[in-house]
Design a binder for this molecule. Structure first.
Ligand code: ATP
Length: 643
């Protein structure tokens, strides 16, 4: 039934085949999605909108669908191109003021009441009397303007941004202002994860095919085609995470031809496979019982996905698919030395690790994190970096994801050359007993590593699973063995002014985890001990620029009362000795109990600038950690279902 709903919507200005998608149609879709909490219904609404986009696009026009999809996931380009929104609140308030003539103080007061600047913008617009109706906004127009905003840089860029936003807002009707402002803030908050967008896209393609087909489809056929389509789309996108590639191909060859047409290809980074934490060697053996597995050093560096194209160009991508070639010009320069002449194109999964120039010893991650992220010049580099290759995902025109790790590793070793201090294979041991693993673990720690990665070697359980935290990769860190458990990556959302000597800086911070399904930050703890004066000053300098008076609407505050709030942007890695239920904080509320979970005695480890706020630890992981701890203490609680 949800599929009929968009048809009923009165779309201003009409929307004929071959004309641009009205922005009003998209925002109406958003508002319908936001109005329901049912996941299937959300997807169905989006499906029907996308079906209309496909059917009403002119022949050979992939742009309408492409831009609609980008606006649905609130991005403007693939991750690796990195055109980002995330405009600060004060700039937006200024633009809302300018386009509606309301005073900034009134807007701020409204924001305090509503907690959502999008809503405030919409209400401000709708309470305004307009003499004439503005020209309707279209998806391509909004998309282009958002892109111009994101790309404007330089000293007059603030004024330019405000001016574009003001003009956009002036043309907004109905729901449009709400979603434009939220898009600009960087979060749509309609509870529509990217996974569901992929499913909706696939379903729309299948439905378009059904409508075109001359035969009648049975209900069973339709259901199985929808499911099959969604699976194809998810698999294809995980190999080639670029709508710029996938959407034109989808429109050209249809869902069935997609697998053949869209394969992993050098130049488009895929989301890396991740590991599950384990607490004891026994757990590893339980999981991998009777299967062959390998233990590798878990190097303490930065993930580096290295791509070499057929034309010779090389790029290094981060864990987040950011292009890091400018941070690691030395890696790019070193690379040709370690590739055999027969190795024409590849995608290599590796860890970039700092090493001491004279002793050749591994150095901790902190050494690398001192590097600038851009425009590093080879001659200025102090710390040398060595690449430790551990997986090969593509070689000479062929994706290898569906080969066993054993085969991939063999190809890796065959096609690359060890250059000590520049390129090495991750040290590994295919040992099988507790003693062997224990010895290798101790050795890894002595050599300056964090511990071990234990990986399934054979059968389909050892395929490379992009973007998954897989049970076929286990991490065994020395910290876990000491009983502290895995670290968490948390977003700094608030600050507490310091006391005594520390009055000029923040003395403590409010941290939050991130719920990707609900698109919200959930507070988890206050952290304030263990910072040096210098560290506090550095944190202050970074966070000062992100200050906002009110918590953003997507922060689930609970009872936390920091002195000042921040735009959620900075991610810290934190260790904790203990997790406890809390009446104050909101992390994982409803997962274990109605109360949230908080960290006791949290300890700051490092800034994770390779992670964005959306990559922070999620509530499920926190609930899992809490339950493990409860179990270890002998009083396990059953997990409640979510929602
Ligand atoms: P962590 O804080 O442990 O790095 P994470 O979420 O970034 O957490 P995990 O899946 O927990 O990633 O751990 C895997 C990370 O360890 C990889 O992203 C990679 O950067 C690093 N690593 C070091 N050595 C290896 C190895 N031999 N194989 C795979 N990953 C390795």
């Amino acid at each position: 039934a949800a599929l009929d709903r968009i048809e009923d919507v009165d779309i201003p200005g009409g929307w004929k085949v071959g004309t641009p998608v009205p922005y009003a149609a998209l925002t109406k879709t958003f508002s319908l999605i936001e109005a329901t909490t049912k996941r299937l219904e959300k997807t169905a609404i989006l499906t029907s909108f996308l079906l209309l986009v496909i059917q009403r696009s002119a022949k050979g026009d992939p742009k309408s669908l492409l831009q609609s999809i980008y606006l649905c996931i609130n991005r403007l380009s693939p991750d690796y191109i990195g055109i980002e929104l995330g405009i600060g609140e004060s700039l937006l308030i200024k633009a809302i003021g300018e386009s509606t003539g309301r005073s900034l103080n009134v807007i701020k007061a409204d924001l305090k009441k509503e907690g959502d600047l999008g809503l405030v913008a919409m209400n401000s617009k709708n309470s305004q009397k307009t003499l004439f109706k503005p020209k309707p906004l279209t998806v391509p127009f909004v998309f282009q303007n958002l892109k111009d905003i994101a790309l404007s840089a330089g000293h007059s860029s603030q004024a330019k941004k405000v001016s574009i936003i003001t003009k956009l807002l002036a043309a907004c009707q109905d729901f449009e202002a709400k979603y434009i402002v939220r898009s600009l803030e960087g979060k749509l908050r309609i509870g529509n994860a990217e996974r569901s967008v992929l499913v909706a896209l696939a379903q729309a393609a299948v439905l378009a095919e059904k409508e075109k087909s001359s035969k009648k489809w049975s209900q069973d056929r339709l259901a199985s085609r929808l499911e099959e389509g969604a699976n194809i789309m998810k698999a294809v996108y995980s190999e080639l995470p670029s709508y710029d590639e996938v959407i034109p191909a989808l429109l050209e060859v249809g869902i069935d031809g997609l697998r053949e047409k869209c394969k992993l290809s050098p130049g488009v980074p895929l989301k890396p496979m991740l590991a599950k934490p384990t607490k004891a060697i026994g757990e590893v053996l339980d999981r991998f019982e009777n299967k062959r597995f390998t233990c590798e050093y878990k190097y303490d560096g930065e993930r580096a996905q290295v791509h070499k194209l057929e034309n010779g160009s090389v790029a290094v991508f981060s864990r987040n698919s950011e292009d890091m070639s400018k941070k690691y010009p030395d890696l790019v320069e070193q690379l040709p030395n370690c590739i055999k002449a027969t190795t024409k194109s590849f995608v290599l999964d590796a860890e970039a690790v700092a090493i001491d120039r004279t002793t050749g010893k591994l150095m901790p991650f902190q050494e690398l994190s001192r590097r600038k992220r851009k425009d590093v010049k080879v001659e200025d580099i102090q710390v040398r970096v060595c690449l430790f290759g551990f997986d090969l995902l593509y070689l000479n025109g062929e994706p290898l994801l569906q080969k066993s790790l054993e085969e991939r590793r063999e190809l890796l070793r065959e096609h690359f050359i060890i250059v000590p201090g520049e390129f090495e294979f991750a040290k590994s041991s295919d040992g099988e007993t507790t003693d062997e693993i224990q010895t290798f673990l101790e050795e890894s720690v002595k050599d300056g590593c964090e511990g071990l990665m234990v990986k399934m070697l054979e059968t389909d359980a050892s395929f490379y699973e992009p973007s998954r935290r897989s049970v076929n990769w286990l991490k065994l860190k020395k910290d876990y063995l000491a009983g502290v458990g895995d670290s968490l990556d948390l977003v700094v959302v608030g600050g507490y002014y310091g006391k005594g000597k520390r009055t000029n800086v923040y003395g403590a911070f409010l941290l939050a985890c991130y719920d990707a399904d609900a698109e919200e930050y959930q507070t988890i703890c206050k952290i304030g001990t263990g910072f040096s004066e210098e560290a506090l000053q550095n944190h202050y300098d970074t966070l000062k620029e992100l200050e906002i008076e009110q918590p953003r609407g997507d922060i689930k505050v609970g009872g936390a009362k920091p002195d000042i709030w921040f735009e959620p942007k900075i991610v810290w890695e934190v260790l904790t000795a203990d997790l406890s239920l809390s009446p104050v904080y909101t992390a994982a509320q409803g997962l274990v109990e109605d109360r949230g979970i908080s960290l006791r005695f949290p300890r700051f480890i490092r800034i994770r600038d390779d992670k964005s706020a959306d990559d922070a630890t999620g509530p499920e992981q926190i609930a899992e950690m809490y339950e493990r701890q409860a179990l270890a203490q002998g009083g396990g609680k059953k997990k409640k279902g979510k929602g």
